[in-house]
Design a protein around this ligand. Structure first.
Ligand SMILES: [Zn+2]
Length: 160
């Protein structure tokens, strides 16, 4: 299997596109990732708990930007004259918005980079879609699958 250039993988990632065909959209709503690509059928949930790492990426990016704004702000003169409580509330809102804002890019890039490192096969022609129940909590994106099918192994053809 020919590995596409990393820049292509990143491009699909920032555009929220399928890492396999670059065409199918990743999200069915703002925070909900589709089960599989609507165009090529690639599973967007190759294993259970797949996006746990993406959550850490989200927090890391949000924390990085938060600190980059928060620390310099400590040295600014207090021209808004807000109370301690008001400032705290604003910072919490700012941090929450950062987490929400980085959520989609984090999940998308997580999938794009992981797929680039070790791609798995699209299952366009396979009707055997798992019957495992998928419980999704948007925002937190906790994915709990009752089945433990690992599509990454066992579906490889000899030409890979
Ligand atoms: Zn696709």
């Amino acid at each position: 299997m020919q590995r596409p250039p990393f820049s292509q993988a990143l491009k699909n990632g920032v555009r929220f596109r399928c890492p396999n065909c670059g065409d199918g959209g990743l999200f069915s709503s703002f925070f909900k990732i589709r089960d599989e690509c609507p165009v090529c059928g690639l599973s967007f949930y190759p294993e259970s708990g797949y996006y746990a790492g993406a959550m850490y990426l989200d927090y890391a990016l949000a924390a990085g930007v938060f600190l980059a704004v928060f620390i310099p702000s400590l040295f600014l003169p207090d021209f808004l004259h807000l109370s301690y409580l008001q400032k705290n509330i604003l910072w919490v809102i700012f941090g929450t918005l950062l987490c929400l804002g980085f959520a989609r890019p984090s999940y998308s890039l997580w999938l794009a980079i992981d797929y680039w490192i070790s791609p798995w096969k699209a299952r366009r022609m396979q009707k055997a879609h798992s019957n495992g129940e998928i419980l999704e909590v948007p925002l937190v994106s906790m994915i709990i699958r009752t089945d433990q099918v690992d599509y990454r192994h066992g579906t490889h053809s000899p030409d890979e």
